[in-house]
Design a protein around this ligand. Structure first.
Ligand SMILES: Cc1ncc(COP(=O)(O)O)c(C=O)c1O
Length: 485
């Protein structure tokens, strides 16, 4: 039941037969391009280890393998895509130089290899880029321009400069050669461990997961592939569900804080991955600390998201052989020290359960207040799930129905409240996965249920249970529901 629920929650119940984008002649990235990239890059990058972690396996209940891309020369996988693109420039293009935009890791990949190959490189970075990433990009020989409040503003600037000066723009994620380069990472994982059951991969613009998914499916069609985003920047999950994108807020995983995901990723991913898992900020921080404590490696926030996803969604991976992409390790030392201090003592043990967050509350008072509580509803988020509850007007002392509206009116009010708290979370009643309605008096059932049913165009959610025993002493009627993104 839980896994069935989860699949519908993802909204991306994708089956292996849907590999058509791979087979179409116009597919922008093919497995052959990833194999060619592997040959092109051979000897120019570090072949990073793919380590089994007994401690993380014990902690999570899965057989955990970690791909240590933090050990690349620049501390992140981004060199793969950047170098694959640079090596395909014409002599003319090499002479003119390249321009790119990046929150840091792609910048360093371009800077290192462009300098090494004698290609002038200009990098645009958002104002929020960590100081260490700016300094290292400069030290690697690129000209750095810090401009733009968000990555997307910075990207617009870089595009204009590339157009005006006739330079090749090396896009960090929406370029077939970059995507093919990133895919070499998954080739290596499957070459080292051919019987992997699942991969968990961080998602920013989507280049990494797209390249990896194309490569991994070509070698092992049955492998399960999950992306990870922070709940604050779940742009890819929202886009794949066809919802308007809403992102924002501080995040420890700034390298994947993207609003405008790649068009190529968007067109290819529905046929390639199981879905996107969302993780909370505190679980990402816990994962940074747990990787340091258990595996003795430094992961930046983005690089720790796969472990965070594994601990937040353990049932998906129990007993499975899972490859986590630790995509980068560029975290300011002071920030790392702060995280380690705060999570000390929670690392060798079970991960802390993320605290459910109250998203909203709607209360309509009745003229009988404060004796009777008017119909109210609230929504609480726990991971990807929203728990909603609503109650009719009852007297808290004896639980007796005291509303000024009749039961139909109150039911309607509860449902309107639920709609409002769902709306605040960007969802509608159609997102409800199941509901349960509890009644104190079974005689009210038919009247209440008739109103309840009118709120659902396609009928109440499949697993609705109506008329179950009252769980809370004194509650007259309670409607609780689970909604998923
Ligand atoms: C450390 C790290 N992990 C993951 C990603 C996500 O890659 P993509 O933007 O290709 O999805 C990035 C992108 O910058 C990154 O720097």
């Amino acid at each position: 039941m839980r896994s069935a629920l989860f699949r519908s929650l993802l909204g991306l119940c994708l089956v292996l037969s849907r590999l058509t984008p791979l087979l179409r002649a116009e597919a922008p990235v093919r497995a052959s391009a990833v194999r060619e990239a592997q040959q092109r890059l051979a000897g120019q990058l570090i072949r990073t280890p793919f380590l089994h972690s007994p401690l993380l396996s014990k902690l999570t209940g899965a057989q955990v393998f970690v791909k240590l891309e933090n050990l690349q020369a620049t501390g992140a996988f981004k060199e793969r895509g950047a170098l694959n693109r640079l090596l395909q420039l014409s002599p003319e293009e090499r002479k003119r130089g390249v321009v790119t935009m990046s929150t840091g890791n792609h910048a360093q990949g371009v800077a290192l290899h462009a300098t090494r190959l004698g290609i002038p490189a200009t990098v645009y970075m958002p104002e929020s880029t960590p100081v260490s990433k700016v300094e290292r990009t400069r030290a690697l020989g690129a000209s750095v321009v810090i401009k733009g409040a968000t990555f997307d503003d910075t990207a617009a600037l870089a595009r204009t400069v590339a157009r005006e000066k006739g330079l090749v723009l090396i896009h960090p994620y929406d370029d077939p050669a970059v995507i093919a380069g990133q895919g070499t990472l998954a080739l290596e994982m499957l070459q080292d461990q051919p019987d992997l059951d699942a991969l968990i991969i961080p998602v920013g613009g989507g280049g990494l997961i797209t390249g990896c998914a194309v490569a991994a499916r070509s070698l092992r069609p049955e492998i399960r592939i999950y992306g990870v985003e922070s709940t604050r920047y779940s742009a890819m999950a929202q886009q794949l569900e066809g919802r308007p994108v809403q992102v924002g807020g501080p995040t420890v995983a700034e390298a994947i804080a993207v609003r405008d995901v790649g068009a190529m990723a968007l067109s290819l991913l529905p046929g390639l991955i199981q879905g996107i898992l969302l993780v909370e900020e505190d679980t990402i921080e816990w994962a940074v600390a747990a990787l340091a404590a258990n595996l003795k490696v430094v992961a930046e926030g983005a690089g720790a998201t796969p472990l965070a996803a594994l601990v937040m969604h353990p049932t998906l991976f129990a007993g499975k052989k899972v490859g986590l992409v630790l995509s980068g390790g560029n975290l300011d030392h002071a920030h790392l020290a702060d995280i380690l201090r705060r999570y000390k003592g929670t690392l060798e043990d079970k991960p802390p359960v993320p605290v459910p967050k109250l998203l909203g509350k709607e209360v309509i008072n009745t003229p009988l207040a404060p004796v009777a509580r008017g119909p109210y509803s609230q929504a609480i988020r726990h991971g990807d799930l929203l728990f909603l509850s609503g109650q009719l007007a009852t007297d808290p002392k004896d639980g007796r129905f005291r509303g000024d509206l009749d039961i139909e009116g109150q039911t309607r009010q509860v449902m309107e409240n639920l709609k409002a708290v769902l709306g605040a979370a960007g969802l509608t009643l159609e997102h409800l996965l199941s509901t349960t309605v509890y009644l104190a008096d079974p005689a009210d059932f038919a009247r209440m249920n008739q109103v309840y049913g009118t709120f659902f165009a396609k009928g109440p959610p499949a697993r609705a249970t109506v008329g179950a025993a009252l769980p809370v002493a004194g509650a007259r009627v309670e409607i609780s529901a689970i909604a998923g993104r």
